[in-house]
Write a protein that binds this ligand. Sequence first.
Ligand code: KG4
Ligand code: ZN
Length: 341
Amino acid sequence: MITLAIETSCDETSAAVLDNEKVLSNIISSQLFHTKYGGVVPEVASREHLKKITEITQEALDKAEIKLNDIGLVCATSEPGLIGALLVGLNFAKSLAMSVDKPFIPVNHIQAHLYSNFLCGQKQEFPFIGLIISGGHTLLILVEGLFKHKILGRTIDDAAGEAFDKVAKLLGLGYPGGRMIDEYSVTGNKDYHKFPVARLKENEFDFSFSGIKTSVLYFLKKIDFEKIKDEKLIKDISASFQNAMVKTLFDKTVEAAEKYNVKIISVSGGVSANSAIREKFLTLKENGFKVYFPAIEYSTDNAAMIGLTGYYKYNSSEDKEYFKMDSLMKNAEPKLDYENF
Ligand code: KG4
Ligand code: ZN
């Protein structure tokens, strides 16, 4: 089965072609110009997707050496994301599915992050604990089977990537700053300062990252950061902040694994590219855990994970008629939340 997938939920325009579960091509065009605004500007993002979508899709087909008529399934991200950005990919993909008269599968972007490790060696063994850490979402999930998810915890305020980006901005490292914090931390002192991490009473597996960001802000004010800032100080603060992030993500995931007696952990989403997070989680292998991280190409937003998840969704569905275009005209609108996750 040849699957064509499109992803346009935020600031990456991406198209991928898969042959069953094997990726034949995965083209990603990142909208780097948002850097100068310090964040993604939704209207500008939609317009850029519109400009790029045809050429990126063509490139994905060419690289995979696949013709339109070879396609068996078309998938696109339908939720969650920026509404205008979603609409571009969704309508483009629906029209394409209609033109080749093939099923169209709307895909939840967070589910796609969750399954991205199946592109990278993870086997379909259940249950596993999924930790999804991206720019917009932070979720801890017990996965009991394909599309059998129990959300154990989620962030009650900022997402993990958002915390990285906001702290990077405070340190003058630009946007998106997660990767910069990672790089600066390599030679920084993680014990330079202890930033507090909130413990939540209501649900032990929920996260809160707005406090840590505020404590970095107060600390910078206290030491008069703007006057004394130098490379060494930025590195030490980056490493200390990152250390606190690693600790909270790691501790909660391990607690969840212990509570539910699960020995497989899968970390995904843009922040899973972080080298300190990888290093810490991979130590669990010494304690008999299987630990999975996506290749960098599949950790940040990409269409390959959308294609794989759409392919699973179609295969595991008992009502394949549902994915025919006439019934989908009513059902595949973009959605903003992930309540039906
Ligand atoms: O999954 P993603 O590409 O987009 C969303 O679905 O939100 O995640 C983007 C996030 C950004 O916040 C970015 O700063 C963060 O991933 N990120 C990192 C690293 N690389 C990307 N955060 C920490 N360390 C990294 N190496
Ligand atoms: Zn994402």
